[in-house]
Design a protein around this ligand. Structure first.
Ligand SMILES: [Zn+2]
Length: 265
């Protein structure tokens, strides 16, 4: 009995120690400042190739166009910034490869661009800029699942994602902690994106959190921008027009500039 008690006490001490260390680690990682500025940005056009995205391929097409427009602006105005595209044409790129491209190039910022759709509500409209985290609503969880489902297009997804099953809610909770170290910077940039989009005459729904695989594995501040609902008439018209996509690219570009100034001052 005494032996058992001692064992329990030891277990408690061990648990406190482990949790204490984890907390310490979390705070240490969180406080690592970015001191080398914004030199490399990875632009990630969602979907592509055999993966059409929402709206029968409209998503992959619009996402690519906005991404290229954005990249062009950054290249023109910030010649010292290296712009890397995960895809610059209509090809399929697995999600883990998109994150790997950003990590390998030691990017300072990762921007993933998508379009949304909602089969239940045609009145739902506006952009959403996501950072990695726990979904606070069923709606965000459903969206993350839908975007993550594209791994099913990959031949060996079970191997690439260590048994991750996009249909399981538990898997999404698991994802939540990985981007924590870059949470503050990701939130800063996300807020600037939403603010600037609201200024170009497109409606916005704000900064949100959900467990997207594509920003799960990146090791830098990362956001995923849903540039509007293809299921909503006004959003669909905005996204279908080249001038609408230009405005979105311009807004993200302005957010990029503000964020760059902020972290480099
Ligand atoms: Zn998408």
């Amino acid at each position: 009995m005494f032996y058992l008690k001692m064992k329990l006490i030891n277990l408690k001490i061990a648990l406190v120690w482990v949790f204490g260390s984890l907390l310490f680690l979390a705070f240490t990682i969180k406080s690592i400042p970015i001191d080398n500025g914004l030199k490399t940005v990875v632009l990630d056009a969602g979907h592509g190739g055999k993966d059409p995205g929402a709206g029968n391929g409209k998503e992959k097409k619009y996402a690519l166009d906005i991404t290229l427009k954005l990249g062009e602006k950054i290249e023109e105005n910030y010649p010292n910034v290296k712009v890397i595209y995960t895809r610059n044409k209509d090809v399929f790129v697995p999600l883990h490869e998109r994150a790997a491209i950003a990590n390998k190039n030691k990017a300072d910022l990762f921007i993933s661009i998508h379009c949304n759709a909602n089969s239940h509500s045609k009145s739902l409209r506006g952009t959403e800029t996501y950072v990695m985290g726990l979904h606070k609503s069923q709606e965000n969880l459903d969206l993350a699942k839908k975007e993550n489902n594209v791994i099913l297009y990959e031949d060996n997804y079970k191997k690439s994602y260590k048994g991750y099953n996009p249909a399981s809610p538990l898997a999404h909770i698991m994802l939540a902690n990985y981007q924590n170290a870059f949470m503050n910077q990701s939130l800063e940039f996300a807020a600037k994106v939403e603010k600037n989009i609201s200024k170009v005459g497109h409606s916005t729904r704000g900064v949100k959190q959900a467990g997207f695989i594509v920003i799960w594995e990146t090791t830098m501040p990362s956001v995923l921008i849903e540039t509007g609902y293809l299921t909503n008439r006004q959003d669909a018209d905005f996204l279908a027009s080249s001038s609408g996509r230009e405005k979105i690219a311009l807004a993200i570009f302005r957010a990029f500039g503000e964020y760059k100034n902020q972290i480099e001052k």
